[in-house]
Design a protein around this ligand. Structure first.
Ligand SMILES: *Cc1c(COP(=O)(O)O)cnc(C)c1O
Length: 569
């Protein structure tokens, strides 16, 4: 009996994602989108939600990050062995790309929960003897190459993925597209309706509706320019012949194949990933009904061993019922503080081993790590070094981390500026930029600092999830009011805001000077004094981060919303 056959007995939610992050050893993710996908799958397994996930097997990963002496990011391929983690299935599927047949194979990985729940994941791969050499490395790199490779990968994910599910006899209740990369699957479903696809017309609503009933779409991108769009001459050259261009133009825009529009048109449930992002998306896509389901994090994955022990002792059952964290006030202050100091000491030791730098465990430590995309403004806090030294000499230290996309020179410049300024600041305020931020580094980093800083340009942070990981470990957020923090923030209670309130925010993106002033002002007058002069007051904020943020902003709560709002309809 095939290893997958026991999963085909009941209908499943087929969850499609261009990236899935389960753990650092399986490097098939780049950042928040992939980690969210992994956390979603883990909570589905814990909650025994019948799901099957589909993604690509990136044999060379995203990339390993190194810094040259000048602080400029360099990349190298990640080497890993899929066969050490997953099992190759014998069944293959076929797609046509550039008029060539491309065979696709699938690797099966089972996410197993202590509750007994299990979610299988199919990692698709074209590195098969018999494929044209040019096609064998199509699935090598996540987000490598240009538009052409991206389209080919999205054909493999959407069309190839839907076909391999059918070939393996999976019964699919809903197709959940995590971002627009997977939306070509809708064309495969249209193809499988009773009418031959070349006779399908957008007015044949019956057939569109059959597909819509099966599809759920989660959008993650709050700006028009961020959505995948493929020119039709490229599409005509690359796409399988069974997809008629005229139909495509009717559905997904006359000028270019807009993957988001395709998913919007063919899904019965559409959502953004935080309340604010739902509203922003509604403005971007008038005419569609956009819901909001706020992202979460998988509680057990993102809790440091120190807090796992603490929660197990005082709130048993918390990992599968994170709502119990609301009772955090039953935990004595000293135990919260001691375990935080444990997580911090562990992280400082890790930094010492990696960089040779010794940070002081008694100094208020601010952490900032995420993809080094320019909108995240990683170097904002360094704009006025004199002011920062005035405020923080001897009282503050910083740890940074995050990768820039290999083609994003602006992102690499941000990293380089931070590294160079860190050298200038040495002796006044210590700053470290850690190499190769990934899920493993994040698991030590986020629980091991005292404050989690986030200052993206509004409204570009659709949700943000690293702040939820911080809250779970009693690390308060100091963040711009965007994404999930609009919902999680109570000023001075769960953490602190940066810049104007959401009500005051207009369309204008940025407002760096105002945000920066707020950062310096709150550090000086509120955060530093609280940390050094009122430890019980500080621990209160730590507890509120757990009891008022982490109990709610997790993927268990989120998955229950997907089930009740999207999956059972
Ligand atoms: C959680 C996580 C992210 C997402 O962080 P944001 O601040 O929400 O962008 C990115 N990278 C890694 C490795 C993570 O674990």
């Amino acid at each position: 009996m095939g290893a997958w056959k026991r999963f085909t007995q009941k209908e499943r939610i087929a969850y499609f994602s261009m990236e899935i992050g389960l753990k650092a050893e399986i490097p098939t993710y780049s950042g928040g989108l992939g980690v969210l996908a992994g956390d979603t799958i883990k909570s589905a397994a814990d909650l025994k939600i019948p799901m099957i996930a589909v993604t690509l097997l990136y044999r060379k990963g995203y990339f390993l990050q190194h810094f040259g002496h000048d602080g400029w990011q360099q990349e190298s391929d990640i080497e890993w062995l899929p066969e050490k983690h997953m099992q190759l299935l014998p069944t293959k599927s076929l797609v046509t790309i550039e008029n060539r047949d491309v065979k696709i194979q699938a690797w099966l990985y089972n996410v197993k929960s202590p509750t007994g729940g299990e979610v299988p994941i199919l990692f698709l791969d074209t590195d098969i003897p018999g494929n044209d050499p040019a096609d064998r490395n199509l699935t090598d790199h996540l987000y490598g190459g240009g538009l052409e490779l991206r389209l080919k990968q999205e054909i493999i994910l959407g069309i190839g993925g839907a076909r391999i599910l059918a070939a393996l006899n999976f019964a699919v209740k809903k197709y959940h597209m995590n971002e627009g990369h997977a939306s070509l699957l809708t064309l495969e479903l249209l193809n499988n309706t009773r009418v031959p696809i070349h006779e399908l017309h957008i007015d044949n609503n019956g057939y569109m509706e059959q597909v819509m009933k099966k599809c759920v779409f989660t959008t993650h991108t709050p700006v028009e320019a961020g959505h995948d769009r493929f020119p039709y001459d490229l599409v005509e050259r690359i796409m399988p012949p069974e997809v008629p261009i005229d139909l495509l133009k009717e559905i997904s825009g006359p000028d270019a194949l807009n993957m988001t529009l395709l998913a919007l048109k063919l899904s019965h449930f559409i959502n953004g990933v935080a309340k604010r992002h739902g509203e922003v998306s509604q403005n971007l896509f008038p005419g569609f009904e956009i819901h909001a389901i706020t992202n979460g994090i998988h509680p057990f994955t993102w809790c440091s061993p120190f807090f796992v022990n603490l929660f197990d002792k005082h709130l048993p059952g918390w990992a599968n019922e994170p709502e119990l964290l609301v009772r955090v006030d039953n935990i004595p202050d000293e135990e919260i503080w001691d375990n935080h100091c444990g997580a911090k000491a562990f992280f400082l030791q890790y930094i010492k081993e990696k960089t040779g730098r010794e940070l002081n465990p008694d100094v208020l430590t601010i952490g900032f790590a995420r993809r080094a995309a320019t909108y995240k403004r990683g170097d904002l806090i360094l704009h006025d070094l004199e002011r920062l030294i005035d405020i923080g000499r001897g009282k503050l230290q910083f740890v940074f981390g995050g990768k820039a996309h290999p083609k994003d020179d602006e992102g690499k410049k941000v990293i380089q500026r931070i590294i160079q300024k860190a050298e200038e600041m040495h002796g006044a305020i210590e700053m470290v930029y850690l190499e190769n931020y990934n899920m493993e580094v994040a698991s030590y980093f986020i629980p091991g600092v005292d404050v989690w800083l986030n200052n993206p340009m509004r409204p570009l942070e659709a949700s943000g999830t690293s702040g939820m990981k911080a809250a779970l470990n009693g690390v308060p957020n100091f963040s711009v009011l965007d994404g999930w923090w609009i919902e999680g923030h109570i000023e001075g209670v769960t953490g602190w805001s940066i810049g104007p309130s959401p009500a005051e925010i207009d369309q204008e993106i940025g407002r760096a000077p105002e945000d920066l002033e707020d950062i310096y002002q709150k550090l000086e007058n509120i955060i530093i004094p609280l940390y050094y002069e009122d430890r019980p007051g500080w621990i209160k904020v730590m507890k509120n981060a757990i009891g008022k943020n982490a109990y709610y902003f997790n993927t268990h709560v989120m998955m229950r919303r997907y089930v009740t709002d999207a999956y059972i309809h």
